[in-house]
Design a protein around this ligand. Structure first.
Ligand code: SAH
Length: 212
């Protein structure tokens, strides 16, 4: 078992070599990535690999995204401390922690109960108080607390779920991997009911499952 100081060293190296080197400049994002103990969000048997440059299994055939992708999507959201964020796909809770470091409030939805419960346990043990959890199908968003200034989806959807556009505030930003076999990160800006769409980098995410 590594000591905290060694994990910290691994984290610093991850930020420098995988994230800064690939062009992520936003200070808030870099700081959050340096702070959040990623190794606590992965199963013990994978902990030793938790700061490496790839995704890892978290059980239930799901994965925690590669560190760079987490940083990249977070930077695209242009977050500040006044934002409320909706996240679809809590998974391990790692991305939720990164968002909660920067934003005011994070609302996170996960379909698989066991994953949500595990994430809730880790995040509460780390002292996060600005994250609210819902177990359910995030294709329909989380209407109760909408609209959200920012929305991030961490599973790939063949098309952009209409409920998410509806639940986005005016001037809001939505970041989502779109596609099936081949996928791209898409950033949507909503301005006076008009939608601007930017198609960004190719990615590989687990699918967003829609419950009929
Ligand atoms: N952000 C996560 C990565 C999640 S992987 C992290 O940092 O660890 C994608 C997650 O989306 C999986 O946990 C999967 O169960 C969940 N998911 C898939 N379809 C979903 C849906 N319709 N609603 C909510 N969550 C969903």
């Amino acid at each position: 078992m590594k000591k905290d100081i060694e994990w910290e060293k691994a984290r610093k190296k991850m930020v420098k070599e995988q994230i800064e080197k690939r062009g992520i400049r936003e200070e808030k994002v870099l700081k959050a990535m340096e702070k959040v103990p990623r190794h606590l969000f992965v199963p013990e048997s994978y902990r030793i690999h938790s700061y490496e440059d790839h995704p890892l299994p978290i059980g239930e055939e799901q994965t925690i995204s590669q560190p760079f992708i987490v940083a990249y999507m977070t930077e695209l959201l242009e977050l500040d401390e006044s934002c409320t964020v909706l996240e679809i796909g809590t998974g391990s809770g790692y991305q939720s922690a990164i968002l909660a470091e920067i934003a005011k409030e994070v609302y996170t939805v996960e379909l698989i109960e066991s994953l949500s419960l595990k994430a809730q346990e880790v995040l509460s043990s780390l002292g996060y108080k600005n994250i609210k959890f819902l177990i359910g199908d995030g294709t329909y968003g989380w209407k109760e607390f909408s609209p959200y200034e920012r929305i991030i989806v961490t599973a790939a959807s063949p098309t952009i779920p209409p409920a998410l556009i509806e639940q986005l505030s005016n001037n809001g930003i939505l970041v989502i991997p779109v596609g099936t076999y081949s996928q791209e990160i898409v950033r949507i800006r909503k301005r006076d009911e008009k939608i601007d769409e930017e198609i960004l980098i190719p990615v590989r995410f687990v699918p967003l499952i829609t419950v009929q």
